[in-house]
Design a protein around this ligand. Structure first.
Ligand SMILES: NC(=O)c1ccc[n+]([C@@H]2O[C@H](COP(=O)([O-])OP(=O)(O)OC[C@H]3O[C@@H](n4cnc5c(N)ncnc54)[C@H](O)[C@@H]3O)[C@@H](O)[C@H]2O)c1
Length: 343
């Protein structure tokens, strides 16, 4: 339901790293979308967010959010383990949902969320912001226009700079880099090829955190995956955490008649040459910087799809497929075999 002013009132649920990006967008930059409420069980995070975002309503329990009829939509940016219960409560209260990736912990949870959204006729958008990035969108249009002939191979990599948080070492809770960073690449491959994955083979290892090898023998910080699509196209994904040199997200599409490169390792288009013979370029340090415009476009698209009653550009089904591919990749890595994906 949309309020009488034709404005979508939004509550941010989860005011951490990624949450504050959406919070700032909805408080300043989104037409016909307005951040009016914040929810976080951490009083410290809530207070800090409120000092910057100055909302009308504050909650420490998401169930209270659902009772406020002024709230039309929720942005779910909590740890993934809580996405399902919050999304189901929002759907039952007829509040539209923008849920950060990964949609949920496993395929069953994703299906529950998608079913609830359909049943209660609310919009469900998943936060794969690369789909809203100008360069990725231009690549998609060029592919569709036939600029590089038929797509043959898509290579995509994501490397994160930071030391993993302690819970990430247990890959049965975090899925490791395949879930944390490569779910974006897996979604990109599906989107740019327009094809579904038939099989995945993954290899990887722990190269940068030898101190946790005994306690977490399955932990890997680097992974390489080869992918075969149902229509014969090929894919390659590489992922890494704790690379230390910066944030790195690049994609290459090889066609029968050309190729497309997306992404750059440098933060600004400046190179400094000095008398000691060195060339210096500032490295991209964070996903928040690289994709800042994409997050705004993603948030605007969410409001637009509610007001125009159209399908989101990144659907619950896309969220489900990415989780399915994360699980297949992880199974392949752990069991050292090619995993067939059931479509
Ligand atoms: N799209 C992207 O590029 C991107 C980037 C980073 C994180 N993410 C995703 O965003 C989500 C959050 O990640 P983060 O890095 O911001 O985590 P974070 O730990 O920085 O923040 C999570 C916040 O949620 C709060 N929280 C915990 N339980 C809650 C509950 N039941 N109700 C409301 N709030 C609750 C925490 O107190 C914290 O403030 C994850 O699903 C993550 O995968 C996506």
């Amino acid at each position: 339901m949309v309020n009488m002013t034709n404005r979508i009132n939004v509550c941010l649920i989860g005011t951490g790293r990624a949450g504050m990006i959406h919070g700032r967008n909805f408080s300043r930059s989104i037409d016909q979308g307005k951040l009016i409420a914040l929810c976080d069980p951490s009083k410290e995070n809530l207070t800090q967010a409120q000092a910057e975002l100055n909302c009308d309503y504050l909650y420490t329990d998401y169930r209270d959010v659902m009772k406020n009829p002024e709230i039309d939509a929720v942005i779910i940016v909590t740890p993934t383990i809580y996405h399902k219960e919050i999304a189901l409560a929002a759907a039952a209260s007829k509040k539209h949902i923008l849920c950060e990736k990964p949609l949920a912990m496993n395929e069953e949870e994703c299906v529950e969320i998608i079913t609830a959204a359909e049943e209660h006729q609310i919009k469900l958008q998943v936060g794969f912001m690369r789909r809203f990035d100008a360069s990725f969108q231009e690549a998609k249009l060029a592919i569709e226009a036939g600029a590089i002939g038929e797509v043959v191979l898509v290579k995509s990599l994501t490397h994160g700079p930071s030391n993993p948080k302690p819970w990430m070492f247990d890959i049965h809770q975090s899925n490791g880099p395949i879930g944390e960073v490569n779910s974006h690449d897996l979604d990109t491959l599906r989107w740019l090829t327009g094809s579904e994955v038939k099989s995945i083979y993954a290899i990887g290892g722990n190269y940068r955190s030898p101190e946790v090898r005994d306690e977490f023998p399955d932990y890997y910080d680097t992974v390489a995956m080869t992918i075969h699509f149902s229509d014969g196209k090929l894919g390659m994904v590489d992922g890494a955490q704790y690379v230390q040199y910066g944030y790195d997200a690049r994609t290459e599409v090889l066609g029968t008649k050309g190729s497309i490169l997306i992404g750059d390792q440098s933060k600004h288009k400046i190179t400094i040459a000095t008398s000691d013979g060195k060339l210096t370029k500032p490295a991209m340090h964070s996903w928040t910087y690289l994709f800042k415009d994409a997050y705004v476009a993603e948030d605007q698209a969410f409001i637009d799809c509610i007001l125009s009653d159209t399908s989101p550009l990144c659907t619950g089904e896309d969220g489900l497929m990415a989780v399915k591919l994360v699980k297949a990749g992880l199974t392949s890595l752990l069991e050292n075999r090619i995993v067939e994906v059931d479509n």
